[in-house]
Design a protein around this ligand. Sequence first.
Ligand code: HEM
Length: 515
Amino acid sequence: MASVSLDIHYFQYLIWFITVVMVHSFIKKILKPARTTIPEPPSPPALPFIGHLHLVTSVLPKSFQDLARRYGPLMGIRLGASACLVVSNADVAKEIFRTQELNFCSRPEFGSSEYFIYRGSRFVLAQYGDYWRFMKKLCMTRLLAVPQLDKFADIRDQEKLNLVESVMNCCKQGKSCDLSSEFTTLTNNTICRMAMSTRCSGNDNDADEIKELIHTCLKLSGKISVGDVMGPLKVLDFSGNGKKLKAALLKYDKLVERIIKEHQEKVSEGFDVNQKMDLLDILLEVYRDPTAEIKISMKDIKSFLLDIFMAGTDTSSSAMQWAMGELINKPKALKKLREEIDSVVRPDRVVKESDIPNLPYLRAVIRETLRLHPSAPLIIRECGEDCNVNGFLVKSKTRVIVNVYAVMRDPHSWANPNEFDPERFLGSSDEKIGEHQMEFKGQNFRFLPFGSGRRGCPGASLAMLVMHAAVGSLVQCFEWEVKGGERVDLSPGPGFATEMARPLVCHPRPRFNQF
Ligand code: HEM
């Protein structure tokens, strides 16, 4: 008898429990209609396992641009195991970079991060938080701020003259000139000297060794990022690239460790206050500062320097190659630029950074180059919390790629978008971007070569100084053509960056000889 009444009680309790659960989930559904009614962004039909891999070619920004024409400015793409949303016009870019900026201020971990011996210290890939904020403030107020850049104007001038001299030597020896290699040497030497005065080491080969190591790291990181499509299987490192990357990083670590030691010894011997502080001196000062908001470690310093090399060398050198390639193919633009330079700069000296404000056509050429050939065409961010972008649901932790290559070739924003036409940036044009630095730092969402907002590129001013002076000098000092007067092959190469598919090998002839 007792057991029957227990069963009845148990049964009543069960019904009561199920009713409560159902009512609760019903109320929850009613109270949260918005969350489930927002659609997810459109996406091309996917195949099992490979997702949309069959729809893309090796030139990713171009493939994404083609797909966006059919699936819209915010679309979902899955390459194997790697899923993301791709943004392809100025309006949606503005949502990500300005309207909902704080929700898209972090970057996801991707590609090669597990092989990075400085994992956890990487500034470029840091989550939006105290460490990133502290380092970014340091970049903007000291390391890459205008007064610090001004202190190194002489070094940049010397390195630019070394470039002109090296091209002149090619002419004298009747050799062809590989501009991709010349520009890489220029940017590496410039950044090496500004970052850690290789002169301090007393060893002239340091800059060369760093150049090689950075080249290896960039190449391997690119290959490993493509391996993201393998998902968790990528840890098996079938290609062995992970191991090679780690080895290159360990070599870099050893080299920088020595340079840091030399900088520290310089301080203990009494730092001459009249001597210029390089970036490493400033970082070590912050490291020693007991009152600093954040205590940075040696690992943070090494990692930051690596980030500066990786983010700042190939980007600028690739843009300069594109500029020269476009100019060689457009003799009218080349002639106009040379005439402008000849009218402003006397032939007994080479273009200097201080000439840039007087050379509007040179500025237009560099802007037009960055519009057509952005060195970082796919900007990666991560969504913080679920949100609504352009009427679509974007879930927390989603990787968002802003395809600035597509944004800056969008026919709704630009007339003849695929044409190299520097005139569009001159005074009377409707398409002109304002002269204020903020414009090229991404306050105009049609023109985003350096990204935008808090997370935008902190090296933009430095890159612009180096690129204007170098391209201006080469146009001033030499006649340019490629073998047999052919056109330069302007096809983009594979991968995430849009470098030239083939190195730019030219046959320059001197216009006059300063050397
Ligand atoms: C033509 C040359 C360059 C281009 C086109 C370029 C472009 C970019 C872009 C698009 C981003 C991502 C911005 C975003 O997420 O909104 C970026 C980030 C960055 N760039 Fe550059 N960059 C160039 C040169 C440089 C130079 C010379 C340096 C330093 C010496 C540098 C250092 C960095 C760093 C540290 C970041 C990461 C910023 C962060 O995550 O907060 N870049 N760059």
